[in-house]
Design a protein around this ligand. Structure first.
Ligand code: AVJ
Length: 319
């Protein structure tokens, strides 16, 4: 009996050693029923996100890409060549490619939570740019980042595109920017931020006709089934995304279609019909509001680049 009990305890503590399991249990057990969007990005989720970036309704990627392509020379003139470049949440390293020719960094350190995806992207980048030192770091940049010491004489420059800053609450964004300012002291941060706009445009971007965003959202449950042995029936949840104007954010939720029981880490959880698991916030910004936030975090805001329709903004912030 006691051997079995001991074994059960070991298995349980091993099971709860998974942060995903722990966070999912917490989200189901008590309000606020919310979980970090970082759990979207396993390999399947990273691939789904790449498909989102190509959707006709999802304007941010296309718009930021055109801003970076149009102003690369200008941006490089502000930043200066020869920096030690660090990207937070680099994914497939697509956007940085637009800057490399003009920026000529001495080294590129992409950080991403999706390790296998990152390794491939880093290897491809090194093949395309012989002479560029690429040092991929697999990990969660919302936790403490341990960077190698900066190259002698090179300023550290951060790159945080995609408006991923919008995934943080305002106070988390301030914390993140504060630590970034500390990490990048003497250099700066090139930051992409999505702008407040017509709610209909926002709504369409997170409710695409092909249902890729829905699949991306539901992948959180599929991933839980694959990795931590949960028993979610994906057909019993629907994708909800709407603009919360008061908070200036898109919210994504997974809503239970019926009263149902699910098992997470061996424990049962009862979900009511209509009960929502909040999976993501995507805050939208005003140019001035973002500069104010950056200043509060210890940066000195420099130039801002936008597109003609003012959909998206790219900020150079001196650290
Ligand atoms: C990667 C956080 C910038 O908020 O627009 C896309 C993620 N979620 N569609 C965003 C996302 C749904 C995206 N970020």
């Amino acid at each position: 009996g006691s051997t079995v009990a001991l074994l059960r305890d070991v298995l349980r503590s091993e099971a709860t050693a998974s942060p995903f399991l722990r966070d999912l249990q917490r989200a189901l057990a008590e309000p606020p029923h919310s979980i970090s969007p970082k759990y979207f990005y396993d390999d399947a989720g990273s691939r789904l996100f790449e498909r989102i970036c190509e959707l006709p309704e999802y304007y941010p990627t296309r718009t930021e890409t055109s801003i970076l392509a149009t102003h690369a020379a200008d941006i490089a003139r502000e930043i200066g060549t020869g920096c030690d470049l660090v990207e937070f949440g680099a994914g497939s390293c697509t956007k940085v490619r637009l800057l490399l020719r003009d920026l000529q960094p001495r080294r590129f350190i992409p950080i991403d939570i999706s390790g296998a995806h990152l390794e491939q992207a880093a290897a491809a980048l090194e093949r395309e740019h012989p002479g560029l030192l690429v040092l991929p770091l697999a990990g969660d940049y919302t936790q403490v980042v341990h960077l190698p010491p900066p190259l002698p004489g090179a300023r550290r420059v951060g790159f945080f595109p995609g408006s991923t800053i919008g995934n943080f609450t305002p106070s988390e964004a301030l914390d993140f920017l504060r630590s970034a300012a500390r990490l990048l002291r003497g250099g700066g941060l090139l930051l992409g931020a999505d702008l407040v706009k017509d709610p209909a445009v926002l709504h369409a971007a997170y409710n695409d006709a092909q249902g890729v965003t829905a699949e991306f959202n539901l992948n959180l449950l599929a991933r839980a089934n694959r990795e931590i042995g949960t028993d979610f029936d994906l057909d019993r949840f629907w994708h909800s995304a709407f603009y919360n104007a008061a908070e200036r954010r898109i919210e994504m939720h997974l809503v239970s279609r019926a009263r149902q029981q699910v098992h997470v880490g061996g424990r049962p959880y009862l979900l009511e019909e209509g009960q929502a698991l909040h999976t993501e916030n995507s805050y939208k910004f005003g140019v001035e509001g973002l500069r104010r936030l950056a200043r509060e975090a210890g940066f000195t805001p420099g130039p801002v680049w936008t597109d003609p329709d003012h959909l998206f903004s790219v900020h150079w912030l001196h650290a």
